[in-house]
Design a protein around this ligand. Structure first.
Ligand SMILES: [Mn+2]
Length: 507
């Protein structure tokens, strides 16, 4: 992709006449001009020469990615599952948000799990055969000062978007053999199509290079299932993300008085600010739902008004630099004190969560904590007069009337993705829990504001309590336990933050 810059000397201003641009996509260069794209004026060759010369070259860094050893082990384990096969795992491409601006790029999870690489367009290719495992990371050529794209390409040019790692830098940093992406199609063409599997749907150009195979899904299943058990690095990263999330919840409480009578977006903004301030991002759109918006499970409009007598359901998670995300929910009284009705429903959900948490341990089926939570909630709904009949009838597989108010499952896996390991086979995902799994425990009750089966005092109340739990050898460790859950503790925690003084954010 280098511009063919012949050996021309700079042209002095009084040497006229220079011919008008006569370049095009078909004839991209001429003696005096270089074509740089549609709707763009041709670029003077003299400027290209000036812009691409006399830059100091930094000494290569010897830094290595903190997870490089873990990534190599993951590639080895994956390769062992696919003998005599080439696996092609793309990260995906930039996606247009509007016209010529893209969304912030977030690496494909499977690709990232095996490489630690954040750059768009890259592709991991690994082959296991009689000679063992060979992995190659295909990375795009740099758009540095060796090409006019350095300053003429606003999407990739390094003067526009910053330097990134090319082949030699990637080899060093990710501790993996690397090759130019531009060589990928040629290399894949030499392979027997029957021996290639890929993860489809991330990169159209890679999908087009590889004939579909009936067992392509085995690769994404294997990758999701490999991620079920978290290694030490992953558990530490999840704890970092959770700790940063707890700070965000504290920030939200701190500004809650200032957010009253304002939009829920004040709350969303404060949580997300904490994520950004610490060099992180959010793992999913923050749900900042007050009042009856809390009964909308994925309320991300966050445009309701924060009112003193209501509760705030805040479902938010920081995604750390290495892409592991927290997923935590607390339901807080905006005034700092639960009303009796709010407290009654809150305590019911808390009892369900405790029942579920107590059930998490190795060897039990994925559904056991959920069933424990649902029995508590269903009994509570009967006690409140919302459901009639006895518990066993309510819980019967062919009845399940409590689900009008509980709405969702109690747990999902958590890791690089907020809903992690989603491509795992169902009998594996929903099979027994094992040491090293990380899952959420998040029962809820949701009384729609117009639900005529619910006593009026509870209509519009939505409560969810969500923690992130590591399955240990003996049982479970609640990684988000530092965030208060007991209603008295929640109220005391809010009081303590407020009595320490609110920050003046000029909201
Ligand atoms: Mn969740």
């Amino acid at each position: 992709m280098r511009a063919e810059l012949g050996k021309l000397s700079l042209v002095s201003a009084n040497e006229i006449p220079i011919p008008e641009p006569d370049v095009s996509a078909e004839h991209p260069v001429s003696e005096h001009w270089i074509w740089v794209g549609p709707h763009r004026p041709a670029c003077p060759r003299a400027l290209v020469e000036h812009m691409t010369a006399n830059w100091q070259i930094d000494k290569p860094s010897s830094e290595v990615h903190p997870a490089a050893t873990y990534n190599a082990n993951r590639r080895t384990r994956l390769g062992a599952q696919f003998p005599n096969t080439t696996l092609v795992i793309p990260t995906g491409n930039l996606k247009v948000r509007a016209n010529d601006t893209d969304y912030r790029f977030r690496a494909g999870t499977d690709f990232y799990y095996l490489t630690g690489c954040h750059e768009p367009d890259c592709v991991l290719v690994q082959t296991t055969d009689a000679n063992g495992l060979r992995s190659t990371l295909y990375v795009p050529d740099r758009r540095d000062h060796h090409t006019h794209e350095f300053f003429t390409d606003a999407r990739y040019g390094e003067l526009w978007v910053g330097a990134r790692r090319g082949v030699s830098e990637a080899t060093e940093y990710y501790a993996i053999a690397s090759a130019p992406l531009e060589q990928l199609a040629k290399d894949l063409a030499t392979l027997d199509p029957n021996s290639v599997r890929t993860v489809r749907g991330f990169d159209q150009s890679v999908d087009a290079m590889i004939a579909p195979h009936e067992h392509d899904n085995h690769l994404s299943e294997a990758l999701s299932e490999a991620r079920l058990v978290k290694d030490d690095f992953e558990i530490a990263q999840l704890q970092l993300a959770i700790d940063a999330t707890i700070k965000g919840f504290e920030d939200v409480v701190r500004v809650l008085p200032a957010a009253q009578d304002r939009s829920e977006r004040v709350i969303e903004g404060i949580f997300n600010l904490r994520a950004r301030v610490e060099g992180n991002d959010v793992g999913y759109d923050t749900i900042a739902a007050t009042g009856s918006n809390a009964t909308v499970l994925h309320w991300t409009h966050n445009n309701g008004t924060v009112r003193r007598g209501d509760m705030l359901l805040l479902d938010a998670g920081v995604e750390c630099e290495n892409l592991y995300t927290a997923d935590v929910t607390r339901t807080l009284p905006i005034s700092g004190v639960f009303s009796p009705a709010q407290r009654r429903i809150y305590n019911l959900v808390l009892a369900a969560q405790k029942a579920a948490l107590a059930a998490v341990k190795p060897g039990v089926a994925f559904n056991v904590p959920h069933d424990a939570a649902m029995r508590v909630l269903a009994q509570g709904l009967i006690d409140l007069g919302i459901l009639s009949g006895d518990l066993d009838t309510t819980m019967r597989r062919d009845r399940q009337l409590h689900r009008r108010y509980t709405l969702h499952g109690t747990s999902h896996m958590l890791g690089l993705d907020v809903h992690d390991c989603a491509q795992a086979r169902d009998d594996v995902y929903r099979g027994e829990l094992h040491e090293g799994y990380v899952l959420t425990v998040e029962p809820g009750l949701y009384f729609q504001p117009n639900d005529l089966t619910v006593p009026e005092e509870y209509r519009g109340i939505g409560v969810r309590i969500e923690d992130d739990v590591l399955v240990t050898a003996e049982g479970a460790l609640n990684l988000s336990r530092a965030l208060p859950r007991e209603p008295d503790e929640v109220e005391a925690w809010m009081r303590a933050i407020w009595s320490a003084g609110t920050t003046d954010l000029h909201l």
